[in-house]
Design a protein around this ligand. Structure first.
Ligand code: ADP
Ligand code: MG
Length: 347
């Protein structure tokens, strides 16, 4: 178990920490904007940087002040830093404790075909995977990964997310995986920490940071674009009546009457329908609106709908397969529904 307590570091223009963090034998994914201190955290834990204050221990032993080579920490940065004059195989074998596993890691990381080539002849993505294999082969007690797959194409990154989660779990060591790709953070992490301005803003299960963000920053960062200030009108037994501008909404989440809350709805939970069909017109949390703009993002469409009777624009995502049934043009009339359980409240 990795234990980080009150860790701080001050640069001229940036204050890191204090950060408190515990990582069991699990994968903690770290997500945060550029410049939020993710690399600084890994560098402090690895011993590349000296902290100004705080303590770091691994399995009960203090790491502070220990030389790098004694920390048994595997560290992979985005730019692999391989030995250019050695082949990929020699690089991986350089610090390997168990040479038999080299072939296994090479096959899992899909680099078996390039093992006899030298790094300058490899693509960026291949170099990253060789660097990862080299680190894994050294059998570390702690694994720190800083965007190790950033140069990979989408299909292989998707395959590796699945493989790596299984592999990391089998190592039974703390693994910290820094990424700015939310899908990777969600797929690989047992837990996810969101970094902001040198501190952890929220840590929890990947689904918790997406579905139950505790701050507007986390909400935005995890794709919850629909954020509105609301007033709690009434708290009933199992529903909360909310007012946003002149729109009334029912939510299952509880909040005290009379208080102000931020309403947070993930675009994937906003349903969009054709304007016809009067049968379910009175369905709760349904309003008519007009498509303001839309964007084709390949696997989904992101559509902004301006409500007809309120100064509110809702963002929704829909799959291309449900697309044919809808008029999808700026200016088209549609209806949108927000299921009561899709409304998360930030207090
Ligand atoms: P991230 O990895 O999240 O993008 P970093 O940890 O690399 O962020 O950097 C956090 C902040 O610290 C940035 O504002 C960066 O400019 C600053 N910083 C990083 N390293 C140094 C350094 N050696 N000297 C001064 N400032 C630094
Ligand atoms: Mg970084």
């Amino acid at each position: 178990m990795l234990d980080v307590t009150s860790l701080t570091k001050t640069y001229d223009t940036f204050d890191f920490g204090p950060v408190d963090l515990t990582v069991d034998d699990e994968v903690l994914s770290i997500l945060g904007p550029s410049g939020s201190g993710k690399t600084t955290l890994l560098s402090l834990i690895a011993g590349i940087l000296d902290p100004d204050g705080g303590a770091i221990s691994l399995n009960g032993e203090h790491l502070d002040g220990r030389p790098l080579q004694e920390r048994r920490t595997g560290l992979v940065f985005q730019d692999g830093a391989l030995f250019p004059h050695m082949t990929a195989r020699e690089n991986i074998g350089y610090a390997a404790t168990d040479r038999e596993r080299i072939a296994e890691f090479a096959s899992l990381l899909e680099i078996a075909d390039v093992l006899d080539r030298r790094p300058p002849t490899l693509s960026g993505g291949e170099q990253q995977r060789v660097a990862l294999a080299r680190t894994l082969a050294a059998d570390p007690d702690l694994l720190l990964l800083d965007e190790p797959l950033a140069s990979l194409d989408a299909p292989i990154r998707r395959r590796l997310r699945r493989e790596l989660h299984t592999l990391f779990t089998s190592l039974e060591i703390p693994v910290i995986y820094v990424t700015h790709d939310q899908r990777t953070a969600t797929a690989l992490g047992d837990r996810t920490a969101i970094f902001r301005d040198g501190a952890i803003e929220q840590v929890g299960s990947p689904m918790a940071v997406i579905n139950r963000p505790t701050t507007r920053f986390v909400a935005r960062f995890t794709g919850n674009e629909n954020l509105f200030e609301a007033t709690v009108v009434e708290q009933r037994e199992d529903t909360t009546l909310l007012r946003v501008s002149n729109v009334r909404l029912q939510a299952t989440a509880a909040a005290a009457a009379g208080t102000g809350v931020t309403l947070c709805i993930h675009p994937s939970r906003v349903q969009m329908h054709a304007p016809s069909g009067s049968d379910d017109l009175h369905c709760e949390n349904t309003a008519s609106g007009t498509i303001d703009q839309w964007l084709n993002e390949g696997d989904e469409y992101r559509v902004e709908v301006a409500l007809d009777d309120a100064p509110i624009t809702l963002t929704t995502t829909i799959r291309p397969s449900s697309f044919d049934q809808l008029p999808l043009e700026a200016g088209s009339s549609v209806r949108v529904t927000i299921p009561p359980d899709a409304i998360h409240l930030i207090k």
